[in-house]
Every structure is written in structure tokens, then in C-alpha cells.
Design a protein. Structure first.
Length: 295
């Protein structure tokens, strides 16, 4: 798989990125085995970029991924690792948290970076993202904490996730260093970033949007609502033309936008479907036909 620059200032990543944001339900031992299997599969497909967070998979994701690094199963320099902080919710490991809320305070940013490095058994994060923006933390202090992490080498790049255009602009105004990536939900069943200005602003800053839920959490293939069914019918009419699964065509629609798909499924078949999207050069009119079908 091709490696591409996230932005004019950012690092190279694989054109598809694997994320553990949908993981839930397994025992720790089962999750450990699943993670090793998934990472092996991704690397065999050319995916070397992984999205993690302090709260993913019941707060265990970074610890389990760190075990793989500690065992030297993979060379750290061959991996590109994202981690993020911002969303907090009640959990046994955080007894002081009583409600779901957003915290991007300088104190929590520093704490989260140190925790991620420790759990991942690494000296640096390739990209550290703020996930949502805290409305009441001191943003100047947060920006200073991020800049300090960059200067120390603990973080090599800064990103954001689920920011509005104005939030993105606001954070950037406090930073000396560039924001190199933006993760946001984007798929044929959620095209709102095309209308909100988010996608335009990302491109204005010469960044690649990272599209979470690229196949709408499976709704494109299995959803029963009217729009999902209408869209699926249109995708099925295009499937013979491209000789690909409908999910591959749906992801090819995103790739045509310049977006990088953030893969969240554990199913090998569906991971391969997403990777197969890079073999499709979606026709200009087919792209708009799909957009109209999703309206």
C-alpha cells in the first residue's frame, strides 16, 4: 500500500489507517489475541498506521498494543502511531470521573501523553490528537503543553478529531506548530463535512482528512432504513462495472475526495474490502450519482 504525506507538514502514513475505536466486548485474553491477529493482517496489507486513544477498548487498547511493542514483535520505527485524549467517562480506572465530559486542559494533555508513552512502551507518539475541544479549559495553556511535548520529542506532530472549522481555527491561532491531521466522521451516509466547511478548511490547510466510519459502521452494507437501502441499491448497480464489493466502492468514493479511510472493523473480509477500494478509479459521474443517492 502506498505511503503518503498527511499534510505539507506531516509524516507519511499508510493510505488506510486501522483504528481500535470500535473494539468492545472481548475478554482481555481474547482481545490480546485479536489485536495480534489484526495487526499482522494490517501489516501484510501494507497498513502500518494505527489509531489509538487512552479510552479505546475499555481503557485497555494502548496497554495491549504496548505488549506487542515490548515483545519486539514489530519494530517501532516501522509503525506510525496516533493517540488522542479529550473524551472522558466513568470507568474503574478513573474513579474521579462521574460523568462523560471533554477535558483538553493542559494538565490532562500532559497526563495523557505520559500515560500513552508508558502503556505503549515507546519514547514518542507520531501524532497526538485532541478529540473534541473542551469549552472551558484554558486554550493558551493547552497549546503550550502541546508545544512543549513537541519540543521534548515525546510528540512529533499535532492533530485534532471532531473539531468544527471554528474550533480548528481557534486552536491553530494559539499554536506555533501546524495541525497536521483532522479525524472526522465522513461516509456516504454522513456527508455533512461537505456542507459544514470542515472538508474545505482541511484542504485549505493542505491536509488529508481522515474519514472515521468509512462504511458507516456497516450500515452501507446492512442498514434497513430508507436511505441506506436506496444507497445500497445504487452501489449494487455499480458493482459489476468495477468488479468490487459495494463497500469497496463506497470507500473509493471517499478516496476520490482525498480522504484516508479509518478502518474500525475486526472482520478480515471487510478490512480487505476497504483496502481493495484503492484499486478503483471511480468515474466522475458515478461519484455524483452516489452522492445524490445518499441525499
Amino acid at each position: 500500500m502506498q505511503k503518503i504525506y498527511l499534510s505539507d507538514s506531516g509524516p507519511k502514513v499508510s493510505a488506510a489507517i486501522y483504528s481500535f475505536y470500535r473494539w468492545e466486548g472481548d475478554s482481555k485474553d481474547n482481545a490480546r489475541a485479536s489485536m495480534a491477529s489484526i495487526v499482522d493482517l494490517c501489516l501484510s496489507l501494507g497498513i502500518n498506521t494505527f489509531d489509538l486513544a487512552d479510552y479505546y477498548y475499555n481503557h485497555l487498547c494502548e496497554e495491549l498494543f504496548g505488549e506487542l511493542i515490548a515483545k519486539k514483535t514489530y519494530k517501532r520505527e516501522d509503525l506510525v502511531l496516533f493517540s488522542k485524549c479529550g473524551v472522558r467517562f466513568p470507568h474503574a480506572s478513573n474513579p474521579d470521573v462521574r460523568i462523560r465530559y471533554i477535558d483538553t486542559s493542559a494538565k490532562y494533555v500532559r497526563q495523557s501523553i505520559e500515560q500513552s508513552l508508558r502503556k505503549l512502551h515507546t519514547d514518542y507518539l507520531d501524532i497526538f490528537l485532541l478529540d473534541h475541544l473542551d469549552a472551558i479549559s484554558n486554550l493558551e495553556e493547552t497549546a503550550i503543553a502541546l508545544e512543549q511535548a513537541l519540543r521534548s520529542g515525546k510528540v512529533r506532530n499535532i492533530g485534532v478529531a471532531n473539531f468544527s472549522v471554528f474550533q480548528h481555527q481557534l486552536l491553530s491561532s494559539y499554536l506555533q506548530s501546524p495541525v497536521v491531521t483532522h479525524h472526522l466522521e465522513l461516509n456516504l451516509l454522513n456527508t455533512s463535512p461537505l456542507r459544514s466547511g470542515q472538508l474545505d478548511y482541511i484542504k485549505q490547510k493542505y491536509m488529508r482528512p481522515i474519514a472515521s466510519a468509512p462504511v458507516a459502521g456497516g450500515k452501507i452494507a446492512y442498514g434497513n432504513d430508507e436511505i441506506s437501502v436506496k444507497l445500497r441499491n445504487k452501489l449494487q448497480t455499480l458493482a459489476p462495472k468495477y468488479n468490487k464489493d459495494i463497500e469497496s466502492i463506497a470507500v473509493a468514493w471517499l478516496i476520490k475526495l482525498g480522504a484516508l479511510p479509518l478502518i474500525g472493523t475486526k472482520e478480515e473480509r471487510r478490512i480487505k474490502n476497504i483496502v481493495a477500494a484503492f484499486d478503483i478509479d471511480l468515474d466522475h459521474q458515478d461519484w455524483y450519482d452516489l452522492l445524490q443517492a445518499a441525499d
